[in-house]
Design a protein around this ligand. Structure first.
Ligand code: NAI
Length: 256
């Protein structure tokens, strides 16, 4: 399938994990890719090589997307790189495990700025470009099952993903006349470096698996497949909602 022939995609936080899988999946279907991370290292270098080997172009742009001006510059630099931008995947995200009463303002800002504020202004820059160039666009936000279900000790994370849920609902209506679609992908527990501690702690892992009807963690590629669908014209009538990729976690029912 070449669903992304002549399309350019920017994927934030794409050095590893879900973002890297999205980059490879979109490239495998024909997209040229702008990778992003806070720093460029051998992971970015390796991804560029893999994408080039597929016959696609790839560029790595460093930017800390928790800073609004940085993310605006990132979007504008991405547009300059290949002369257009069709798909924005807001994937970069962070979490902090803390008792609610111990969270500092700095920790709160770290999570909210990355997971919500940066995304807000990144989408704004992309929409301004779409308006100016008189072309449509697609936004996919990497949310979480925790835009919907609780996660004690991760209050700021839940607040950020809950905010992202409403941002997407709201923008879908405001941006539809501009032919800009926007959706959220909500992963459950996925085997990526963000879950290193979970994967290395059997008791913790077993507790998590109890709540997953499919009894296993998801792979980054499972998430990337959904991102590819939502980014493609197969989803041309799909906007303003959230799509779960969670092995059944969100609405599971434990039989007694
Ligand atoms: P990860 O930690 O493996 O990868 C995230 C990437 O984003 C890293 O390369 C990191 O350096 C980058 N990043 C973080 N802050 C950044 C910033 N300010 N500027 C630029 N890059 C930044 O995490 P993973 O698992 O791949 O997560 C990706 C997204 O999926 C996140 O938004 C996360 O909240 C979401 N998610 C992940 C789940 C999981 O189980 N892995 C479950 C639900 C949601």
């Amino acid at each position: 399938m070449n669903r992304f022939e002549n399309k350019i995609a920017l994927i934030t936080g794409s050095s590893q994990g879900i973002g890297a899988a999205c980059a490879l999946r979109l490239a495998s279907e024909g997209a040229d890719i702008i990778l992003n991370g806070r720093s460029y290292d051998e992971r970015g270098e390796g991804l560029i090589k893999q994408i080039n080997d597929m016959g696609r172009r790839a560029t790595f742009l460093t930017a800390d997307v928790s800073n609004p001006q940085n993310v605006i510059n990132l979007v504008n630099d991405a547009i300059k790189s290949y002369g257009q931008l069709d798909i924005l995947v807001n994937n970069a995200g962070v979490e902090k495990n803390h008792n609610f009463w111990e969270v500092t303002e700095q920790e709160y800002d770290f999570v909210m700025d990355t997971n919500l504020k940066g995304i807000f202004f990144g989408i704004q820059a992309f929409v301004k470009y779409c308006m100016g160039a008189n072309r449509g666009g697609v936004v996919v936000n990497m949310s979480s099952v925790h835009e919907e279900i609780i996660f004690p000790h991760f209050a700021a994370y839940c607040a950020s993903k809950g905010g992202l849920k409403m941002l997407t609902r709201d923008l879908a209506t405001e941006l539809a006349p501009l032919n800009v679609r926007i959706n959220n992908v909500a992963p459950g527990a996925i085997a990526t470096p963000i879950n290193k501690h979970l994967m290395e702690t059997p008791d913790l892992l077993n507790n998590v698996l109890k709540n997953i009807p499919m009894k296993k963690l998801g792979e980054p590629e499972d998430v990337a497949a959904l991102v590819a669908f939502l980014s493609s014209d197969d989803a041309k009538y799909v906007t303003g909602s959230t799509y779960f990729v969670d092995g059944g976690l969100t609405y599971h029912y434990e039989e007694q």
